[in-house]
Ligand binder design. Structure first.
Ligand SMILES: Cc1cc2nc3c(=O)[nH]c(=O)nc-3n(C[C@H](O)[C@H](O)[C@H](O)COP(=O)(O)OP(=O)(O)OC[C@H]3O[C@@H](n4cnc5c(N)ncnc54)[C@H](O)[C@@H]3O)c2cc1C
Length: 445
């Protein structure tokens, strides 16, 4: 990092530390975007405005690493690395996800079958804790905090600086799609790739029972002659193309953001898959940030008349991680009980088992199942989210905490390591200025 960048960064962090030291009582983050899908309680809290902590500080092409501030969105980081032929080892699919949010929230992506989860690619972290100290941690230094930070969701402190791994990339990406009519063979293919990778990115989509697509992506240095890359940033829809084509070509930039234009397929919930709406929104507004804004506004101003006439629904927005050997059985139970379609399938490996608040088994590959929709319900609110939790437990998995959770406290702490969390909380936030993990993830958001 240059001296100027270091000085400016230190000044920004010192401002936040001073704001923390000058205040008392509960604290929360104020930032421009959020991918959280649990309700947030508007209590009386000091708001720490971290929006300015969004600079890429340095890129070390030789050591293949990037040093960034905690609130850098991946879109900006990718813009800084691609011209150097590099990309973060894991690039979560939504442009506005920030590096700090991804590390504290166990983010994932389709290169996870090679590299693991985002936090597995982090080398060093600075964490701003409740009394305004900045604690640097890595595998060698303050290892307990380093390994306890993933899945802490800002309840221990905020990542102000992160150093993470970059990997070499090429300008183009060739995609191959294989269709499967049952679950077992696609999960076997994923397990085989996890054991011995032969492509650069790997993921799948379950469109329904007997309707699966496996997508394998490879970097390409040169575009084959007489071909041009596809464009899914406006009128054409990426997820639909998976069932219409056997292969495809994209720029590496468009590949990395292939899911952002339509928020996977969730843009259909705001009408953005209709041609006139796409025309009206235009390229610039077809992205996950626009949909987040629409969803938040609709929550703030519920269409009260419609609420009385439309069927009652429960929002089930979850990502869950299941050992690959149990993936087909989980999916069968999920289809029978919840039935959301499509489901995103993202395999990943566990390079180490030191992550204390999100411990997974390094001896197996996992499949991340992502499903984000409304379920028609005549049951008490929360029934379907609780069923997801029960199915995850039945099949030996773990659930992300970015969305709704219904665990009682004893169950929650039987899943996540309470002793490790207590020790870290005592070190980083003894007075409880940040909400506790259970309170944040389950009770108040
Ligand atoms: C529809 C949908 C699809 C998704 N798809 C993906 C996906 O494909 N891949 C993926 O990886 N994830 C996905 N997610 C989940 C997402 O990665 C997590 O919600 C992540 O935590 C969001 O990070 P953010 O930067 O937007 O942070 P926010 O949403 O603003 O915050 C998330 C949490 O992290 C905390 N936090 C934020 N910044 C920091 C920081 N610097 N230090 C410490 N704590 C911090 C906040 O306090 C909060 O508790 C998806 C979510 C949704 C709703």
């Amino acid at each position: 990092m240059s001296d100027d960048a270091r000085t400016a960064h230190d000044r920004r962090v010192a401002g936040l530390a001073a704001a923390l030291a000058a205040s008392s009582g509960p604290v929360r983050l104020r930032k421009r975007t959020s991918n959280l899908f649990r309700p947030r309680e508007d209590g009386d809290r000091t708001e720490l405005d971290v929006a300015g902590l969004d600079h890429v500080l340095a890129i070390d092409a030789e050591n293949r690493s990037a040093e960034v501030e905690g609130m850098v969105p991946y879109a900006d980081l990718v813009d800084a690395t691609l011209p150097l032929g590099l990309a973060p080892a894991i690039v979560p699919e939504l442009r506005s996800i920030t590096v700090g949010g991804a590390v504290s929230g166990v983010a994932i992506e389709s290169s996870g079958f090679r590299y693991g989860l985002v936090h597995d690619t982090v080398r060093e972290l600075d964490v701003l804790v409740a009394d305004g100290r900045v604690l640097t941690c890595s595998r060698e230094q303050r290892a307990a905090l380093f390994h306890g930070f993933p899945n802490s969701y800002g309840s221990l402190g905020y990542a102000t600086r992160v150093t993470l791994d970059l990997v070499p990339v090429q300008p183009w990406v060739r995609l191959e799609y294989r269709r499967y009519s049952s679950a077992e063979p696609i999960f076997e293919a994923m397990a085989a790739e996890c054991a011995r990778p032969t492509c650069d990115y790997l993921e799948g989509v379950c469109f329904g029972p007997g309707d699966f697509v496996l997508s394998r992506a490879h970097y390409l240095e040169h575009l084959p002659s007489r071909t041009s890359p596809s464009d899914y940033t406006w009128m054409k829809i990426y997820w639909k193309s998976l069932r219409e084509r056997d292969e495809d070509l994209l720029t590496v930039h468009d590949f990395l953001w292939r899911w952002d234009t339509d928020w996977f397929w969730c843009s259909r919930n705001v009408g953005a898959q209709l041609k006139p709406v796409r025309l009206l929104l235009g390229r610039k507004r077809l992205n996950s940030v626009t949909y987040q804004k629409i969803m938040r506004a609709s929550r703030r101003f519920p269409l009260s008349l419609l609420q009385h006439v439309r069927p009652r629904t429960e929002s089930v927005i979850q990502d869950v991680d299941i050992p690959v050997a149990n993936a087909a059985a989980f999916l069968a139970d999920f289809e029978a009980e919840i039935g959301i379609r499509p489901v995103w399938l993202c395999p990943f490996v566990v390079p180490n088992d030191s992550t204390s608040l999100f411990r997974l088994d390094p001896d197996t590959a996992y499949i991340n199942f992502g499903f984000w929709d409304m379920v028609r319900s005549t049951r008490p609110d929360g029934h379907y989210n609780a069923r997801v939790e029960a199915l995850v437990a039945k099949h030996g998995g773990k659930k992300s905490l970015y969305s709704r959770s219904t665990y009682d406290e004893a169950t929650f702490w039987s899943i996540f390591d309470r002793q490790a969390y207590r020790r870290l909380k005592a070190e980083c936030d003894p007075e409880g200025r940040f909400p506790g993990l259970y309170e944040k993830a389950v009770r108040q958001g």
